[in-house]
Design a binder for this molecule. Structure first.
Ligand SMILES: [Zn+2]
Length: 414
């Protein structure tokens, strides 16, 4: 009698079925990649990491490999195969990490036989490896020639993708569907929507005076700003899906016998729907207005939204059951998809009208900390799902739903 594993394997094209046999190879390659420091601010390290990726992604026969300049940072890497095919997919990931060259966390270590601890192993060098493995398996399936793909790897995601953003907008226009390889959730869930992110600097100016002057005509900028910040912290209770975090505050001076004339704070803003943007900014301006109406005070708000929210699009709803079917047929445990507060480059693809799935990388946890780890066998498992989905797309078993018009775009911070 055939084992469950061999029954599953028999329904998959051989190159996809055999991916788990490469797990040790994936572990070594990921180890080597994670040992290359590619903090977002470390340009020489980003160049080294891009060269390492180019060495692997450059092996696809017939692919067009390009290094594309990004304003203010290292170049991105783009690999295109069959860009004129009738069905075109963009697969994206970032090769920067949050660990700069002077961070104490620079090296990998195995926690046990399956879990590798190291900088960027989950977020998202493990995702880049999943992407690579999936395409390697897909390219030898019988109908691969019917699907074109574009791999877009950027060097500045962790700092907001300010230089690479135009590449995502162009990719969204050229392709029909997007796959983003941020790590999966710890239970294997992928991501259907993400909050949009922005930030504001709230600057309050008052009037300095001696603290003991009678009558006192000072205007305490710290107190007025504190009043605004407390009120701002209550806005999420009024607007569901909106988050406001007061991240830092400064002001006053060394002398405590002076009424301070200056105070400033930075706020992190997150929204769930494009429409929340105007509501949130309007509400914050309204909270600043009564302070500005007082004689001697000026409270200004500067900033805006960088990444628009990624809302769940109808085309994604229509295709998610096919993604789950591919996962089931590859032998993965059942999983779902969720909303998450963190933004990714999927936000740019989605806002430009491109439906996409996100969180397709391996399972990992403790991102952005020295405890970051990835479950290495999930690299091959997730790559099997991606490759099987692409294979079914190429075979005509799955049809992509028509594109919706682009969501209202959000301006970069002013
Ligand atoms: Zn990431």
């Amino acid at each position: 009698m055939a084992s469950v594993a061999s029954v599953i394997a028999s329904t998959l094209p051989p190159s996809i079925a055999r991916l788990p046999e490469r797990t040790a190879e994936f572990g070594s390659l990921l180890y080597a990649w994670a040992e290359i420091n590619s903090g977002s601010g470390h340009l020489a390290g980003l160049d080294r990491m891009r060269a390492a990726l180019r060495a692997e992604f450059g092996r696809f026969a017939g692919a067009q490999v390009e290094e594309l300049p990004c304003a203010g940072t290292a170049a991105a890497l783009r690999i295109r195969m069959r860009p004129e095919a009738a069905t075109r997919i963009v697969l994206s990931g970032h090769f920067d990490t949050v660990y700069e060259a002077n961070d104490p966390f620079q090296h990998c270590r195995w926690l046990d036989a399956d879990r590798l601890n190291g900088p960027g192993v989950a977020d998202m060098k493990g995702g880049l490896l999943t992407l690579l493995a999936a395409l390697q398996a897909f390219e030898t399936t019988p109908h691969a020639a019917r699907v074109g793909w574009e791999v877009l790897l950027n060097p500045d995601e962790e700092t907001g993708s300010h230089g690479s953003r135009p590449l995502f907008v162009a990719a969204a226009q050229h392709n029909h569907f997007g796959l983003v390889f941020e790590p999966a959730r710890t239970n294997g869930d992928i991501v259907h929507s993400r909050k949009g992110t922005g930030g504001l600097v709230a600057t309050c100016r008052g009037r300095a005076s001696h603290a003991a002057k009678i009558p006192n005509d000072g205007r305490n900028a710290i107190l007025a700003l504190a009043e605004f910040l407390l009120a701002a912290s209550h806005v999420p209770a009024e607007l569901p899906g909106v988050l406001v975090n007061i991240g830092n505050i400064r002001g006053g001076g060394p002398a405590t016998n002076v009424v301070p004339d200056f105070a400033e704070a930075e706020l992190d803003l997150r929204i769930t729907k494009v429409a929340d943007r105007a509501l949130l900014l309007g509400r914050l301006e309204a909270l600043a207005a009564p302070i500005n109406a007082r004689e001697g005070f000026a409270l200004t708000l500067k900033g805006g939204f960088n990444r628009p929210p990624k809302e769940c699009l109808p085309a994604e709803e229509a295709l998610f059951p096919e993604w789950q079917r591919a996962a089931r047929d590859a032998g993965l445990a059942p999983f779902s998809w969720i909303h998450t507060g963190g933004a990714s480059d999927g936000n740019f693809l989605s806002a430009a009208g491109l439906p996409c799935f996100d969180g397709l990388g391996p399972i990992g946890d403790q991102l952005h900390s020295a405890r970051e780890f990835v479950v290495v066998p999930t690299i091959a498992q997730r790559a099997q799902v991606v490759a099987l989905f692409l294979h079914r797309l190429a075979a005509g078993e799955i049809a992509l739903p028509p594109r919706a018009p682009a969501a209202a775009s959000i301006q970069a911070p002013g």
